[in-house]
Design a protein around this ligand. Structure first.
Ligand code: NDP
Length: 304
């Protein structure tokens, strides 16, 4: 069997970002509204700073209005909540993203539950998570899972009736990916298994059943060739930094899949970096444009 087709997430993400830019420009021409997204960054986590900076650059390139509020590491929970209330109440802001993790004195669930669901472009609020789960109404799905679905769709991977195994059940990635894949609609309709650490030694037996295997574990190179069915499509969500003395930096990024061996077994595979990673920001832009359009149309689900 020939080696797997390498799914180029950078190219696909660039395509989506260009589509969003063009659509946002049309929206501005017809409605006079520029999508606006506000980022909230707390403390000095270097990875979070890079993520928020990159999201700001992407928003700029898409022609969106954007702003980043930076709060100190020691911020009181109430001060952060007041800022979120103010952004919720600002009719000119369509998307609101609070970068996680937050310092320990701030309860993440209080932040998530306060987000206006119609501005929650990360899809974290329980109303959005609940609507994704029941598959009804307007909602925002989280950006990385949406990116996985978009990669499958744009690569022409048939999901309907096929067995998708998702490894990882976080609320951020694994669980929403499984829910999206299982939805009874075109581009989904997969038969889904949601695996996690409880699978223990049976994990390989379960993953070998997968036509489509999604790894979202946070364990470097955990999925080896022996765990993959011949011809499977393998989507690697993992981003793990491992030591590499051959690099000037002393480290490099790898996924949850052992790419070098699995590429000989799979029919298509995402690399790390350059696979799922770039899709997250592209889907954030798409969710923000969608938020602006929904708010323009007055379709505002509110729990308050
Ligand atoms: P979490 O740590 O929140 O969740 C990991 C999940 O994997 C858990 O459900 C855990 O099981 C399961 N798991 C861990 N080890 C094993 C194992 N040996 N066998 C079976 N299941 C296992 O991680 P996230 O979901 O937040 O992230 C997953 C990966 O995706 C990370 O590498 C992260 O960096 C990356 N990521 C990439 C993004 C992107 O933009 N591409 C965005 C977000 C994350 P249990 O529940 O039992 O503990």
């Amino acid at each position: 069997m020939p080696d797997a087709r390498i799914i180029d997430g950078r190219r696909i993400a660039a395509e989506i970002r260009e589509e969003v830019r063009a659509e946002a420009s049309r929206f501005f021409d017809t409605e006079g509204i520029r999508p606006r997204v506000v980022f909230v960054l707390v403390g000095k986590n270097p990875a979070s700073e890079v993520y928020v900076r990159n999201k700001g650059i992407a928003a700029e390139e898409a022609g969106f209005s954007h702003e980043t509020h930076t709060l100190p590491e020691q911020v009181e929970e109430d001060e952060l909540l007041d800022l979120i209330r103010a952004i919720n109440a600002d009719p000119a802001t369509h998307g609101l993203l609070v970068q996680f993790p937050l310092p320990k004195q701030v309860r993440e669930e209080r932040v998530i539950e306060l987000l206006a669901p119609e501005k929650d472009v990360d899809g974290f609020h329980p109303l959005n998570a609940g609507r994704l789960s029941i598959g009804q109404g307007d909602y925002f799905a989280p950006c990385t899972p949406l990116g996985v679905m978009e990669l499958l769709s744009r690569e022409g991977v048939e999901t309907s009736g096929r067995h998708a195994v998702v490894v990882g059940r976080s609320n951020l990635v694994g669980k929403p990916v499984a829910l999206l894949l299982a939805q009874k609609k075109r581009g989904a309709n997969a038969v889904v298994t949601l695996a996690h650490s409880g699978a223990g030694a049976r994990l390989g037996e379960i993953t070998r059943e997968a036509d489509i295997l999604i790894a979202a574990m946070g364990v470097p190179k955990a999925i080896t060739a022996g765990m993959v069915k011949e011809g499977a499509v393998v989507i690697d969500v993992g981003i793990n930094r491992i030591e590499d003395s051959s690099r000037a930096s002393g480290s490099r990024l790898v996924g949850d899949v052992e790419f070098e061996t699995v590429k000989h077994k799979a029919s298509a595979i995402t690399p790390v970096p350059g696979g799922v990673g770039p899709m997250t920001i592209a889907m954030l832009l798409r969710n923000t444009l969608l938020a602006a359009k929904r708010q323009r149309a007055g379709a505002i689900p509110s729990t308050r």
